[in-house]
Design a protein around this ligand. Structure first.
Ligand code: AMP
Ligand code: MG
Length: 402
């Protein structure tokens, strides 16, 4: 018999026990940093932009000189020169003067606004008529408007996006400190399992969990080493664990976590380290194991791929994020349930759903059918003390990460 705990209790145990595990940093070139977690705060050492810059093609002016001008009574200004792209301007405006500036070029010293070309006209050589007034600051960006030296541009723990890589490029940052990915070792156990590259014989099934979890782990920032399939033989599994634990930060086993005669995982973990949890009051996923070997977290996930996936999602993924000094943002939405469902197992239940016309359609499933997951957009939770949910009831859908 399993001495089950609730999912919330197990998550608290994981936090308390493994919260101190943090991956170190490594430096990577900026172009390779997409999706990586920033290891340290990035502060600016430069102004962005580094000079007062026009945002339009037009004439840089002193706003006070064009106050009250109109189509009927234009302000007439003397053209004192032209700013060039990429060149520091030497022009200094005096009262009654203007300077031509293209978009993005430095405005002349003394100018405090730019009038768009459409509202100006060179009425004779060197004389510009301005037909619209403008307030100081119009159509320009001042030095440091975007970023000033010392400002934290992106904080540690942030998973870098392409836009943020652009922001770092603007600051002249060519390399960034990112968190080293947690190394995860993965072992599938079961006499019935066949790897993808071998023919299937009667009675055997394909190892679904390894490819599924390798990719899910990668999606969560982990670097995964698949240690292959090990048969349900105690000595072989013990040896496999002892080997795998040496060069990983976290170990996952799937299969053999129940209490059958061939289910030896819990005993081996207890022998090699510590068995912390065996059994969680959830469906699917009851025969789940949490342990520690050499102070490293060890998960024994159920062989049933749907259960393995949910337990990965609920337990492993949050820990992986915490090891990287970051947190997971889940996308959730409250929507009506498309049809009633019953649930009276005394366990918290996760039900895959497909979204259609703004409602959540529960996917009926027999235990372990992988297509119940692959057809789902996300899942809903039914609390353990709830006997079911009614059609039309508001439910919270958690979307799977794509
Ligand atoms: P177990 O947790 O070993 O009792 O396995 C539960 C169910 O999941 C059994 O039907 C197994 O055949 C199946 N199973 C175990 N491991 C895998 C795997 N890696 N891929 C697909 N199915 C599996
Ligand atoms: Mg088995």
């Amino acid at each position: 018999m399993l001495n089950v705990k609730t999912l919330a209790e197990v998550n608290r145990i994981i936090t308390k026990r493994f919260d101190g595990i943090r991956m170190g940093c490594e430096q990577v070139p900026l172009e390779n940093a997409l999706g990586r977690v920033l290891g340290k705060d990035i502060s600016a050492t430069e102004y962005v932009p580094d000079f007062n810059r026009s945002t339009v093609d037009g004439y840089a002016v002193i706003a006070a000189d064009v106050f009250g001008c109109s189509d009927a009574i234009p302000a007439l200004l003397a053209l004192s020169g032209e700013s060039k792209m990429g060149v520091h301007t030497g022009i200094r405006l005096e009262k009654g003067q203007c300077g031509y500036v293209p978009t993005g070029a430095e405005i002349p010293h003394g100018a405090d606004a730019v009038v768009m070309l459409e509202f100006a006209e060179e009425i004779e050589a060197g004389t510009i008529a301005i037909y619209r007034p403008c307030a100081p600051g119009t159509n320009l960006i001042y030095r440091g408007d975007d970023v000033k030296p010392g400002e934290i541009v992106i904080p540690a723990g942030h998973r870098l996006t392409a836009a943020e890589i652009g922001a770092l490029a603007a600051l002249g940052i060519a390399g960034v400190p990112v968190v080293r990915p947690p190394r995860v070792a993965l072992i599938s156990t079961g006499d019935e399992l066949v790897p993808l590259n071998e023919p299937l014989t009667m009675g055997k099934i394909r190892d679904v969990n390894a490819p599924m979890l390798v990719t899910a782990l990668r999606n969560a920032g982990g670097e995964t080493k698949s240690c292959g399939i090990i048969k349900d033989e105690e000595a072989a599994i013990r040896e496999g664990i002892q080997k795998a634990i040496q060069d990983c930060d976290l170990l996952i086993l799937t299969g053999g976590t129940s209490v059958g005669v061939k289910d030896t995982i819990s005993g081996i973990i207890e022998e090699l380290g510590e068995l912390i949890v065996h059994g969680i009051a959830v469906k699917p996923g009851k025969p789940t194991i949490l342990g520690a070997i050499q102070e490293k977290p060890v998960f024994g996930l159920p062989g049933n791929p749907v259960a393995a996936y949910f337990m990965f999602h609920m337990l492993v993924q949050p820990l992986l994020f915490s090891m990287q000094g970051t947190t997971l943002t889940e996308f959730k939405e409250i929507v009506p349930l498309a049809r009633s469902i019953s649930s009276n197992h005394g366990r918290e239940e996760f039900i895959p759903v497909r979204m259609k016309d703004g409602t959540a359609h529960p996917i009926a499933s027999k235990s372990g059918l992988i297509t119940t997951l692959s057809a789902a957009d996300g899942f809903i939770r039914v609390p353990r003390d709830c006997e079911g949910l009614k059609q039309g009831e508001a439910v919270e859908v958690t979307y799977f990460r794509r």
